[in-house]
Design a protein. Structure first.
Length: 225
């Protein structure tokens, strides 16, 4: 599957998604360029997370399409879509979602190991990233043995370790105190910029949205002009 040079990393056309009687997302068309940082803001319940999961191919739209690096996510098998997500996407959720039984280093190595990188190379890459984020002393601890901010920075390292073309983040600093939130946000932005990853970020926080190249606002499921 080729990656078009200069093409958008993610583009959607007319995405619509209904839950029961609620149209959670209506006719959303979004294009995100290579390396671009886009924030999605809006009131609670306006459809931000639903739009994010549609753009990531985690939810399938009732209408409309999403292309990831030129591939129509609706036209490929579930297995192919999962493969694209593994190789080309990173995810950061509000509550880290690290695997509790694994150490921070093992969590960060995971996307590399799943894509066939050797144990030795994965370990070296994960260690380098953890050190860069000030987590070298925590590398052998499990998530329950570190602070929320440390766990979230490890989750950010895991999302970016394989230099995905796009990272999807849903309120990535929403569960943290202001100091840890600022540290995690700058880790996310620094790693995305260093690796050339685009970043699509759902946030309530004005100071987080202010760091984006572009801000999209949702209201009642509709992207505002
Ligand atoms: N799985 C679901 N079951 C029921 N309703 C849902 C579901 N997913 C989304 N919705 C509804 O769709 C609308 C959009 O929800 P969504 O979570 O995308 O909004 P949001 O802007 O991300 O909200 P928040 O900022 O509170 O997280 C809401 O009315 C929500 O209740």
């Amino acid at each position: 599957m080729g990656i078009g040079v200069g093409a958008d990393v993610v583009s959607s056309d007319g995405l619509t998604y209904t839950v029961g009687q609620t149209v959670a997302v209506r006719e959303a068309s979004v294009c995100v360029a290579r390396g671009e940082v886009v924030a999605i803001t809006g009131p609670s319940g306006s459809g931000k997370s639903t739009l994010l999961f549609l753009l990531a191919g985690v939810l399938s739209p009732d209408k409309g399409s999403v292309h990831l690096n030129g591939v129509d996510l609706g036209a490929v098998s579930d297995r192919a879509r999962a493969g694209l997500r593994l190789r080309q996407c990173g995810f950061v959720m509000q509550f880290g979602d690290l695997i509790p039984e694994l150490t921070l280093a093992e969590n960060v190595e995971l996307p590399l190991r799943l894509t066939g990188v050797s144990a030795r190379k994965a370990r070296a890459t994960a260690d380098g990233l953890l050190a860069r984020l000030g987590l070298d002393g925590e590398r052998n601890r499990t998530p329950s043995r570190v602070s929320g901010g440390q766990a979230q920075r490890a989750a950010i390292a895991r999302a970016l370790v394989h230099q995905p073309s796009v990272v999807f983040a849903d309120e990535p600093t929403g569960a943290l105190d202001s100091h840890s939130a600022a540290q995690s946000l700058s880790a996310l932005l620094d790693l995305a910029r260093a690796g050339g990853s685009a970043l699509i970020l759902v946030t309530h926080a004005a100071e987080v949205a202010a760091t984006a190249d572009r801000v999209l606002t949702m209201r009642d499921g509709v992207l505002q002009a």
